[in-house]
Write a protein that binds this ligand. Structure first.
Ligand SMILES: [Zn+2]
Length: 308
């Protein structure tokens, strides 16, 4: 179990302003460049750096790791905030993350809660926010930084969050304890959207029979084999019932109907009904842990530590 030691030292605030940056609009609600267009892969050649295992025993064989987090509340320049990031909210965020990643044996500990007093980024464009923070508020490589501004203006103020560097991500204040928080941490730890490449000519195929010539789950989609091929369901919430079950007949690039389970609809990495998102699969867990191992071999992800 994770040790919930909280190291609170709320440090001083900052006040720096700079000129407005160029802003880019996006149609995504979680902004993450996951390579939505697949390469032409007539042959499926799985990446040898990954096992593609979905065996719970393999997941439980990993040793426990710890990720220290610095949370950043974003206030207006005068320090005010309509909905401030409090210690209690940060505690709720940590509890959600520790619950979501428990089976992966990844523990999150609070390293610090800091505040930035800067109206430029209190309620601003997502890309402007990222550039402004990178330019003005440098961070350590040895922690994961989670920024919680009031809102982002993108998508009519509906952008919920995004990962924007290997150890920096944001969620807006409406989402400090919703499924978007583990979703963005999932991106930090190498997980892709479950609908990745859905529009590509060689989209993820439906079959989960490895002996089927059509099987390509290791090479397309999210590269995790225990998440089914699935579409972006943001325009299709009416096809998801109150029990988070899919009741649609959407078809993939082969014109075959998707076979979506409740677990697919509940997956943190899917674009499904927000209230349904509550689980990762074993395959995603193993993928994330192998991503950490592979990254650390090449000197990256210095904010993930072996538990002492
Ligand atoms: Zn995402």
């Amino acid at each position: 179990m994770c040790n919930m030691i909280l190291l609170f030292s709320i440090v001083g605030s900052f006040f720096i302003s700079d000129p407005p940056d160029f802003s880019i609009e996006s149609s995504n609600f979680c902004i993450y460049d996951s390579g939505e267009i697949e390469h032409n892969m007539n042959q499926c050649k799985p990446n040898p750096a990954y096992s593609y295992s979905t065996d719970p025993h393999d997941l439980s064989d990993f040793s426990e790791v710890v990720i220290p987090i610095v949370f950043w509340g974003i206030n207006k320049t005068d320090g005010s905030n309509q909905d401030p990031l409090t210690k209690a909210k940060v505690q709720e965020s940590l509890e959600l993350l520790n619950s979501a990643f428990a089976e992966m044996k990844i523990c999150f500990e609070l390293n610090d809660l800091n505040y930035i007093d800067d109206s430029e980024i209190y309620w601003s464009d997502y890309y402007k926010f990222n550039k402004h923070v990178k330019k003005n508020y440098p961070v350590s490589d040895e922690v994961l930084n989670i920024y919680v501004p009031y809102r982002f203006t993108n998508n009519n103020n509906n952008l919920r969050g995004g990962k924007w560097s290997s150890n920096q991500m944001s969620v807006n204040m409406l989402n400090y304890k919703t499924g978007i928080l583990p979703h963005e941490v999932g991106h930090i730890l190498g997980l892709l959207h479950t609908h990745t490449g859905e529009k590509a000519m060689n989209c993820e195929h439906i079959t989960r029979d490895e002996n089927d010539l059509s099987y390509n789950a290791k090479c397309t989609g999210d590269r995790v084999t225990d998440t089914n091929a699935m579409p972006n369901l943001y325009r299709y919430f009416h096809l998801i019932n109150e029990n988070c079950e899919y009741e649609g007949d959407l078809r993939n690039c082969e014109d075959l109907p998707y076979q979506l389970t409740e677990e697919d609809i509940r997956n943190f990495m899917g674009y499904t009904q927000h209230s349904c998102r509550s689980t990762f699969t074993v395959g995603q867990g193993i993928r994330a842990r192998e991503f950490i191992e592979n990254s650390q071999k090449s000197g990256k992800l210095g904010f993930v530590f072996q538990k002492k």
